[in-house]
Design a protein around this ligand. Sequence first.
Ligand code: AHM
Ligand code: MG
Length: 335
Amino acid sequence: MSAITLADFLAKQNTETQLARLLVEVAESCKIIADTVQRGPFLGVMGQAGNTNVQGEEQKKLDIITNDILIEHMQDTGLLAGMASEEMDHHYAIPADKDKGDFLLVFDPLDGSSNVDVNIAVGTIVSVLAAPKKDSIADEDFLQKGSEQLAAVYCTYGASTILLFTTGQGSHEFVLEKDSNEFMLMVENIQLPADTKEFAINASNQRHWQAPVKNYIADCIAGEEGPLHKNYNMRWVASMVAELYRVMCRGGIFMYPRDHKDLSKVGKLRLLYEANPMGFIIEQSGGVASTGYKRIMDIQPEGLHQRVGVIMGSKNEVATALSYHQNFNEDGSTK
Ligand code: AHM
Ligand code: MG
C-alpha cells in the first residue's frame, strides 16, 4: 500500500481547494461512523429505533445516529449551504449562525442498515452538488441530474473501512489505516473488468420482475447450454455498498430493477443518494449505470426520495442485460 493520504492525493489531482476540503471532511465523518458502527454493540445502539422514515421503512438506531454524525460534523465546515438525506423528509438548512459554503450534500448515512445487526458490511453514500445559492435553500435545489454531480463518495464498513470517490477524474480507493487513522491510497484509477460471470439480484422478487429481467436472468441461469454460453455465479448481500465493492474489485452486474411489486414505486433504490453517486463511481471506473432503459445520470429528478430501477456494473454484461430491454417500454409493456 502507498503512503499517500486522501488529502495528499486530492492535492496531487489539483482538486479545487474547497471541494478537496469538503471531501476530506466527508472522510472525517466516515471515520466517526466507522468507529460507531464497530463499537455499536458496546454503545447500545444496535436494533430498531421504533419509528419509520419518510419512505415508510423501519429505521435502525444507527440510521439516525449516523445521520446525526454527518449533519453535526458537516454543518461546522463552512462549506455547505444544505444537506438532504434518506433519513430526513426534507432538506436540512445550515443554521443562520454558521458559515455557509458553495456545496450541497445528499447522502444515505448507512446503506444496507438492515444488515447491521448481523455483521454484514454497511456503508455511507454521499453525492456532492453545487449550491445555486448560499441562503434560502429549498428541496428543489437538490433536484439536479447525476451528470451534474461534482463528486461522489462511498465508504464501506466491513473487515476494513474502505472509501472510494470520484470528482470525474477516475475513481480511486483508499483504506483506513488504523494506527495513523488516515485513509491511504490503495488503488488509483480503478478499472472494472468489462466482462463477468457474476450477477447480483434479489431472486425472491422474481415473480414481480418485468419480462426483460426475467428473460435475462433465466438465460444467466441456463449457463453454458443457454444463449449466453457461460456459467454464472449469483451473489446477494442485500447491502448495495458491499455488493458494488465486490463489483469494483472483480467485476459483476448488480441489479435492483424496476418491478411490478408495488406500482407506486419504480424500483427500490433512491436516485439522488444511492443510484446517482454509485453510478458516477461505476461510470468513472469504466462501468455502466442504467435503469434498463436509460442512463441513470441523465434522469431529471422530481423528488428528493425518488426511486429508480438500477442495473450497473461491468460494461459488456450490462450491455447484454440492456439488450433484453430494447423491445420494451419502461413500464415493462412490449413496444
Ligand atoms: P437501505 O438504504 O434502507 O439500506 O436500502 C437499500 C438496500 C441496498 O443496500 C440493497 O441493495 C437493498 O436495499 C436490499 O434490498 P432487499 O432487502 O430487498 O434485498
Ligand atoms: Mg440505502
